[in-house]
Design a protein around this ligand. Structure first.
Ligand code: MIC
Ligand code: SF4
Length: 644
């Protein structure tokens, strides 16, 4: 039987386990990436492993998330990361070099390899034919230490692309169409593998826009074949040697098939506050807009910037619109500077930001009160923009630029017969002068790690007791994101290396009293609905609640990365055996769970002492997880393993 691309890569990287959907396997990781906001924690954990140099083929540390240097804290983090990179053989991409996923695609990604990143949008690399996955910092630290990564063998969905996109419609509309069809839970436990004749109509960066936002489907990863277009892209990046052909066998089997006719895709937007709340631009046309933000790892490529510049050329941004643009990388910025596109943007009145995540993660550019903000980003969760009552819509660069000119949501097809034509360059402007390459081991061993006062040691946690008891500290609904649990933004992001300080903001956008209550009650429980913890890979959404004494999270279901992070930090993840029991626990209830026999079967019983009810729960621990939980989390557990 023939194989699909996902199966081929998994087979080539299999360390242990059986390649059967639903089974747990360990896979070898070729490359890792980290970014500053998750990286400080990942490297503190890597240090604790006591390994002298990374064991991957390549590891890169990017600084792209937090570059607002409002006080010493942010640059303390950057200095720490730079010294860690020098000491352990890691490439360091300096602030200004660009957004991790865009730069990794341009300069480092290799078709057919595995990539593990401490950022949920790592599947961006799937645009190049990598099996690229997001994970918590500890899992990335372990991969840097040479450990394989554990995953549940995903189902593989063939997304069969036919036809060709019409003018003014682009890759973002394709993934929005898929989100409309499948929802933010539609990809859970799956890899979205793109195939069919439509593939060759999409450039590598178009493909990356689609695989990037596969994360919003909850997918483990998303991947395109590596074909002649991939070859041209790598050649234009001076990296022809990294190219290999990679395609599914003609008789490959898939678990599911989704048909997308590109010719039928129309301009779309994801309405507040979820990436799957999709409507057509035709339906939304005429709505007044306050802010337009173009950039982020989803839509900041050369193609996207050139498209926007072409639309803005010779025009002026509408007086009621604040337009901000962040090109995705130094390479893109250099190229649009050289060819005049940047001038067209500036002349039109766009405000140009650094090549970083910027407004995508609320690092400045918070919109006005009650604003309608159109963003080419991938997430529009409540409050993420930095303004609580703002309404964020996710759109393509074409739709964003159109609204920037007209002041209202506008179908870009109304702007003219055809969109500006962007020709992919035969040669990109290649310069890695903002990447510091690893130094030889002897020299590296002498490097001193720079630890400013913002770099606090990792908290240590006690082994799990036999009985978990206390109060339900909060009860939340379905699809709670890590942005709800542990918000980011300009005020909170600088605290990422300081757990006691950041824990004061847990659930701050949902219930600002949570940290106070959790501490007063000596910890307790969180109750949630479906898909709890969707969104980012930030470990802080587990680590900070753990610091506040959270013992278990009880939900209808979990998102993959957050579930792994909970286990890593010794918070017991439990699901209701009968989902309707969600109604039998309320905030404030006094509950007790006997975990003395954890591991003997999957069930545990929650006694709701307030309501006098016994509620059956299932734990989601597999393999070593039970031992990890008993040890109070992964770090203590793996530290002893590494010492051996
Ligand atoms: C995000 O888009 O939410 C982030 C910020 O990139 C996160 C990582 C983080 O919280 O640092 C992600 O997607 O994993
Ligand atoms: Fe950065 Fe936004 Fe991409 Fe996250 S989604 S990596 S914050 S640009």
């Amino acid at each position: 039987m023939g194989k699909n691309i996902t199966q081929k890569i998994l087979k080539a990287h299999l360390v242990s386990g059986k390649l059967k959907a639903g089974e747990k396997i360990d896979v070898k990781i070729d490359q890792t990436l980290t970014q500053d906001a998750t990286g400080t924690m990942a490297y503190l954990q890597f240090e604790a492993l006591g390994v002298s140099r990374v064991k991957t083929k390549l590891s890169v540390s990017y600084v792209d998330h937090n570059t607002l240097q409002t006080d010493f804290m942010n640059m303390d983090d950057h200095r720490f990361l730079q010294s860690i990179a020098a000491k352990y053989g890691i490439y360091f991409s300096r602030p200004g070099n660009g957004i991790c996923h865009q730069v990794h695609l341009e300069r480092f990604g290799v078709p057919g390899q595995t990539l593990l990143g401490s950022d949920s949008h790592t599947p961006n690399g799937g645009g190049l034919g990598m099996l690229a996955m997001g994970a918590g910092g500890l899992d990335v630290a372990l991969a840097m230490g040479g450990e394989p990564f554990s995953i549940t063998v995903p189902k593989v969905v063939k997304v069969n692309l036919t036809g060709k996109l019409k003018s003014w419609v682009s890759a973002k509309d394709v993934i929005l169409e898929i989100l409309r069809k499948l929802s933010v839970k539609g990809g859970v436990g799956k890899v979205m593998e793109y195939a069919g004749p439509g593939v060759k109509t999409l450039s590598v960066t178009d493909r990356a826009t689609i695989t990037n936002m596969g994360t919003e489907l909850g997918a483990t990863s998303s991947i395109f074949p590596s074909d002649d277009i991939t070859k041209e892209f790598l050649k234009a990046q001076n990296r022809l040697k990294d190219w290999t052909k990679l395609e599914a066998d003609a008789d490959a089997e898939y678990d599911e098939v989704l048909e997308i006719n590109l010719a039928q895709v129309v301009p779309m937007a994801a309405k507040p506050h979820s990436p799957d709340n999709v409507a057509t631009i035709e339906e939304l046309a005429g709505m007044k807009v306050d802010q337009v933000a173009i950039g982020s790892c989803t839509n900041s490529s050369y193609r996207d910037m050139m498209t926007v510049a072409g639309i803005l050329k010779g025009k002026t941004v509408h007086p009621d619109i604040s337009l901000v643009i962040s090109p995705g990388s130094k390479q893109v910025l250099e190229m649009i500077t050289k060819n005049g596109a940047l001038e067209q943007m500036v002349a039109a009145g766009a405000r140009i930001l650094e090549s970083t995540c910027g407004p995508c993660i609320g690092m400045g550019q918070a919109p006005n009160t009650g604003a309608i903000t159109l963003r080419t980003f991938n997430r529009n969760f409540h409050g993420r923009s930095g303004t609580k009552d703002a309404q964020a819509f996710l759109v393509s660069p074409e739709v964003a630029a159109a609204a920037a000119l007209t002041g209202v949501i506008t179908d870009p097809r109304k702007l003219g017969k055809s969109a500006p034509k962007v020709v992919m360059p035969k040669k990109f402007q290649v310069s890695d002068n903002m990447v510091i390459a690893p130094i030889p081991p002897k020299k590296a061993a002498k490097v001193e790690i720079v630890r400013g006062p913002n770099i606090q040691p990792l908290p240590e946690f006690n082994p799990m007791p036999k009985k978990l008891d206390g109060a339900v500290l909060i009860k939340v609904e379905d699809n709670i994101t890590t942005d709800h649990i542990m918000p980011a933004g300009a005020k909170i992001l600088p605290l990422r290396s300081n757990i006691p300080a950041i824990s004061e903001y847990v659930f701050s956008s949902v219930d600002a009293e949570f940290p106070k209550r959790a501490k007063a009650k000596n910890g307790g429980f969180i109750v949630g609905g479906e898909n709890y913890g969707q969104g980012s890979s930030r470990e802080h959404a587990a680590l900070a609640p753990k610091y506040l004494g959270v013992k278990a999270v009880i939900t209808k279901s979990f998102a993959r990365i957050h579930l792994a992070n909970l286990v890593n930090f010794g918070i017991l993840p439990l699901v209701f055996v009968n989902p309707e029991d969600y109604n039998n626990v309320a905030q404030g209830d006094d509950v007790e769970i006997d975990v003395s026999k954890l591991g003997n079967g999957a069930e545990v019983i929650l006694q709701n002492k307030t309501k006098g009810k016994s509620i059956p729960l299932k734990h989601l621990l597999v393999g070593a997880d039970v031992a990890i939980m008993k040890a109070g989390g992964s770090l203590g557990f793996v530290k002893s393993k590494f010492k051996k």
